[in-house]
Design a protein around this ligand. Structure first.
Ligand code: HEM
Length: 372
């Protein structure tokens, strides 16, 4: 598509798919474009969600001025937590998960490592009590299913029940911290202020949920995709072993080569052109983030996975005003967790064909069985 039809109009879905790296960069940077699904011409999954009774949109579905107000207050709280302080703790949690695998011949690298790590870290950042950790992991995992279009009615019901329990839990935590603040992200969100603006309880609750949904599946996929790529490329794995200083670059290369989020969307506020194509007002454009990293105009020899690549170009974290708020945290988790896994189990190999996850818009594994 990128070579032959970089702006493809899918008439059946009524959407425009953008695959050219430079077009995508320009669209993501364009501050005039919209994200609120209620402003699109046709319904989308997100639009249906926003029509649910009592649904409040997270910042991901808001446009300015609401987006700016919400994002700057949350960003204030997020940076106050000083993400850098958490690096030692990430290593500690990763090592605990690895300790639990000692003595096993094989394990599922997603269920045992890539999935619990980001959930535990965000739980601790938010301030989830260690006693509630097991419940929290269970709720987070069921919520991941929100993106699976193949759920049975029973599974859907279980997912909604779990989401409600999680929301009730956040409500109780917010109420507790309004009475006695602690040193955690929920308290920091309560305290965040910009002039007279403060975050409401509803906004904090929806943001907590967004941090889980936007942060956990994606970071799990990043770690899982990296494990698979390094198993498939033993020369690169050996290089990482010899040169641990390449860890950060390795993470960028995985984000370029096999990014966790395949697409983001934007809505045209007025008639506009992308390349030579007219996009009418209110139409939705999908920017194929996956395609950016493989665009040979942006990355020479783009089909080669090379952890020494000089500044891999990608938009794995989106771009513009909605650029991922957790990019620094995700990068740090992956940079620490992936080398630790291969140091502990240097002979890791695939034990079965990895199983892809069913979640439109996301790119990762549901199961990655490995031999030790
Ligand atoms: C937004 C990717 C991890 C929080 C985004 C967007 C992308 C993305 C592509 C922009 C969506 C758009 O423009 O439509 C990723 C990837 C991650 C990751 C690939 C891991 C490898 C995280 C983490 C957190 C997080 C760990 C927080 C704990 C957010 C938030 C937004 C966002 C709050 C919304 C920002 C806004 O609308 O202003 N992420 N993300 N993400 N991400 Fe991430």
């Amino acid at each position: 598509l990128r070579a032959e039809c970089p702006v493809h109009h899918d008439k059946q879905f009524g959407r425009y798919f953008l695959t050219n790296g430079k077009d995508i960069e320009a669209v993501l940077r364009n501050r005039a474009l919209l994200l609120d699904p209620d402003r699109a011409n046709q319904g989308t999954i997100a639009k249906l969600q926003t029509q649910r009774e009592g649904f409040i949109k997270s910042m991901l579905f808001l446009d300015d001025p609401d987006h700016h107000r919400l994002r700057s207050l949350v960003a204030q709280a997020f940076s106050q937590r000083s993400i850098n302080d958490i690096s030692l703790h990430i290593a500690q949690v990763a090592n605990e998960l690895l300790d639990a695998l000692e003595g096993r011949d094989r394990f599922d690298a997603i269920a045992a490592y890539a999935s619990p790590l980001p959930i535990i870290i965000i739980a601790e950042i938010l301030g989830v009590d260690p006693a509630d950790r097991a419940d929290f992991i269970a709720w987070s995992r069921t919520s991941d299913n929100a993106f699976n279009p193949m759920l049975t009615a029973e599974q859907q019901e279980a997912m909604l029940r779990s989401q409600n329990e999680l929301f009730d839990y956040f409500e109780r935590q917010i109420a507790e911290r309004r009475l006695s603040p602690r040193d955690d992200l929920i308290s920091a969100m309560i305290a965040a202020a910009d002039g007279d603006h403060r975050l409401s309880d509803q906004e904090i609750k929806v943001t907590c949920n967004l941090l889980l949904v936007a942060g956990n599946i994606t970071t799990t996929d990043l770690i899982g995709n990296a494990i698979r790529l390094l198993i498939d490329h033993p020369d690169q794995r050996q290089l990482l072993h010899e040169r641990p200083d390449l860890a950060a670059n390795m993470v960028e290369e995985v984000l370029r080569f096999d990014p966790p989020v395949t697409a983001s969307s934007r809505i045209a506020p007025e008639d506009m052109t992308v390349g030579a194509t007219l996009i009418p007002k209110g139409e939705v454009m999908f920017t194929a983030l996956q395609s950016v990293g493989r665009d040979p105009e942006l990355n020479p020899d783009a089909q080669r996975f090379d952890i020494t690549r000089d500044k891999p170009v990608h938009h794995a974290f989106g771009g513009g005003v909605h650029f991922c708020l957790g990019a620094q945290l995700a990068r740090m988790e992956a940079r620490i967790a992936i080398p630790l896994l291969f140091e502990r189990f240097p002979n890791l190999s695939l034990a079965a064909e990895p199983v892809r996850k069913i979640a439109p818009g996301f790119n990762g594994y549901g199961e990655l069985l490995v031999n030790v």
